[in-house]
Design a protein around this ligand. Structure first.
Ligand code: ADP
Ligand code: MG
Length: 339
């Protein structure tokens, strides 16, 4: 048997990167979440070839001070929490300090960043975890990440990517969720020089739904609002005639984070049960505000799955609110229109 040894940092980062960065959409998710956490109100995402050759994310947020740029790329380096106790109240989208180290381990990353306080910006290049350049540079306030040739040094990973069109689809889906959960931020998404998504940042979710899903869905929306002691839910459900054979029309956010939750899925099915046919899924976009202490977001590195301390309560709140919203409207006419 070979001798037992600690792996070197580069190898550790490369293995760990696989947990956070699976495909171009994961890179975009992490970089856009960082932009949101940096208080940007305009974020542009540009990709080429499904994000496999190029991903550029530009924000007008707070920037990274020059003396912290290199630290930001270290594993478990974060400005967002300091201790385990902070996890109970964390309100930023990120906090694990894993994204930048992971992305830079498996791609060629170029960063340009400038804070409002500094006179010049910084350009930093890090390829496969190795520093390539670190210079002063003129730049606007904010941050631009350029991520080139994802998985160029990990061919095994690259093999698992799908076609550029499919990967671009995943990125677009991600952008839709982020845009819906942050209507106060203006998002632009460009693929192969084509504008795919633009939101104005005017704070109106309905405008975003119109832009992304079209007039028919926007015209069928019923506003929903409900709360109990611990939870407040707002958003839209659509009249049942707008439905699909899959869940692509359902989006759920908790405290500004897109999540998947089987409890919420079940509650929606139950709420719509008497209004839709079996195996049809409605259009729903709901935003939950929940005391952070009633959640555990630290379940998975991508933080998509969430655990509730009070799942039953949330289930009942949603079922009742959906039923009430659907009953409010005169649905008989809609059913007639559909047939
Ligand atoms: P996390 O988001 O979990 O803190 P990341 O690896 O994503 O970890 O980022 C590391 C740190 O780099 C962040 O905590 C933040 O301080 C800084 N950072 C990353 N992206 C940006 C950005 N777009 N604007 C300002 N600061 C950023
Ligand atoms: Mg982050």
């Amino acid at each position: 048997m070979a001798k037992i040894q600690l792996l070197d940092q580069k190898t550790i980062d490369n293995i760990a990167a696989g947990e956070v960065i699976e495909r171009p959409a994961s890179v975009v998710k992490e970089l856009v979440e960082n932009a949101v956490d940096a208080k940007a109100n305009a974020v542009t995402v540009e990709i080429k070839d499904g994000g496999m050759t190029l991903i550029r994310v530009t924000d007008n947020g707070i920037g990274i001070p020059k003396d912290q740029v290199k630290t930001a790329f270290l594993r478990h380096a974060t400005s967002k929490i300091r201790s385990v106790e902070d996890l109970l109240s964390v309100s930023s989208l990120g906090f694990r300090g894993e994204a930048l180290s992971s992305i830079s381990a498996v791609a060629q990353v170029e960063l340009v960043t400038k804070t409002a306080e500094s006179f010049s910006g910084v350009s930093y290049k890090i390829y496969g975890g190795e520093e390539e350049a670190f210079d002063d540079i003129g730049a606007p306030d904010g941050t631009t990440f350029l991520v080139k040739n994802l998985f160029y040094n990990t061919p095994a990973r690259r093999k698992f990517l799908k076609s550029a069109t499919t990967e671009a689809g995943y990125v677009e889906q991600m952008m839709v969720h982020i845009a819906l959960s942050h209507p106060e931020i203006s998002f632009k998404f460009i693929h192969n020089n084509k504008n795919k998504i633009y939101t104005s940042g005017n704070g109106k979710v309905k405008d975003i739904i119109y832009h992304i899903y079209g007039r028919d869905v926007a015209g069928a929306l019923i506003p929903l609002e409900a709360q109990n002691e611990d939870v407040k839910v707002t958003g839209f459900v659509a009249k049942p005639y707008v439905s699909r054979g899959n869940r692509n029309y359902e989006s759920y956010f908790i405290n500004g984070r897109y999540i998947k939750s089987s409890i919420i899925y079940k509650a929606i099915e139950e709420g719509y049960r008497t209004f839709t046919m079996k195996h049809r899924y409605p259009f729903v976009c709901l935003d939950f505000k929940i005391d952070q202490e009633l959640l555990d977001v630290n379940v998975h590195p991508t933080k998509m799955e969430i655990r509730f301390r009070n799942g039953r309560e949330i289930y009942e709140l949603v079922v009742d609110a959906v039923r009430a919203a659907l009953l409010q409207k005169d649905l008989v006419q809609d059913v007639l229109r559909e047939t």
